[in-house]
Design a protein around this ligand. Structure first.
Ligand code: NAI
Length: 248
């Protein structure tokens, strides 16, 4: 038996985009996958089926990461269904982009509730299970704009910078329990989230990418897989940029 056989990873926002690629990549490494998404369960079916073809266990759960109580129930159910939790990937995220002048309180609160509080909610409910086993890996998806800021994304960049603060504080608090916390800061990745950008916006971003290609969900998934692997056991509290060299 390999050292990871039978261990379980929770991936939030896993029905599509980067989250789905992460679920598939971790499944290829042998982890069982709990697919969490706010969308109806049917929409997670493709991901669930793809993961199962890789020979591991998979189950989808409908859960809004912003709902503290629902997250608690979902995590307890996952721990019961899979017999524990080894990896948590906080990937679910939303944007409500607009300039500060037009940004409403609701725009700000919605993004903080999903991206930042959602990350807290899952960490809060998953870490007791990790502490019990004295092992765990948490990887949270931040963003280049959490490091640099971005016009039109006051709410989003605040949420992504907040994720870095949560990551570093948790890394310090729970290092003694052998739980690592790291964040990944993607640049521009081609997913449904970025499909809404205009061609002009995409071209402007392309010019800023030294490696001269857009990121793919698999680029982020490979980095998550590394941070969850035995090779990364001495890495905690870090922010890994995966952005073709945009942020240096
Ligand atoms: P996406 O919009 O394609 O997928 C996001 C997934 O999260 C969807 O399946 C959606 O249903 C789910 N989700 C949304 N709100 C939720 C909630 N309240 N509870 C549970 N699930 C929820 O987005 P994409 O591009 O795959 O992004 C994934 C993560 O990567 C996000 O955190 C995003 O902010 C981050 N990111 C993406 C970048 C990009 O260029 N695509 C760049 C930097 C960061």
């Amino acid at each position: 038996m390999s050292e990871i056989t039978g261990k379980t990873a929770i991936v939030t926002g896993a029905s599509r985009g980067i989250g789905r690629a992460i679920a598939v990549r971790l499944a290829k490494s042998g982890f069982n996958i709990a697919i969490v998404d706010a969308c109806p369960l049917e929409m997670s079916k493709d991901c669930e089926d793809e993961v199962k073809t890789l020979g591991v266990e998979a189950k989808a759960y409908q859960c809004n990461v912003a709902d503290f109580e629902k997250v608690g129930e979902t995590v307890a159910q996952i721990a019961e269904d899979f017999g524990g939790i080894y990896i948590l990937v906080n990937n679910a995220g939303i944007t409500r982009d607009t300039l500060l002048l037009k940004m409403t309180e609701q725009n700000f609160d919605d993004v903080i509730a999903v991206n930042l509080k959602g990350t807290f909610n899952f960490i809060k409910h998953c870490t007791p299970f990790m502490m019990k086993k004295r092992e765990g890996r948490v990887v949270s998806i931040s963003s280049i704009v959490g490091l640099e800021g971005q016009a039109g994304q006051v709410n989003y960049s605040a949420s992504k910078a907040g994720i870095i603060g949560v990551t570093k504080s948790c890394a310090r608090e729970l290092a003694s329990r052998n739980i690592t916390f790291n964040a990944i800061a993607p640049g521009y990745v081609e997913t449904p989230m970025t499909a809404v950008l205009t061609d002009k916006q995409k071209e402007a971003i392309f010019e800023m990418i030294p490696l001269k290609r857009y990121g793919q969900p698999e680029d982020i998934a490979n980095a998550v897989n590394f941070l969850c692997s035995a090779d990364a056991s001495y890495i905690t509290g870090q922010v890994l940029s995966v952005d073709g060299g945009m942020h240096m």
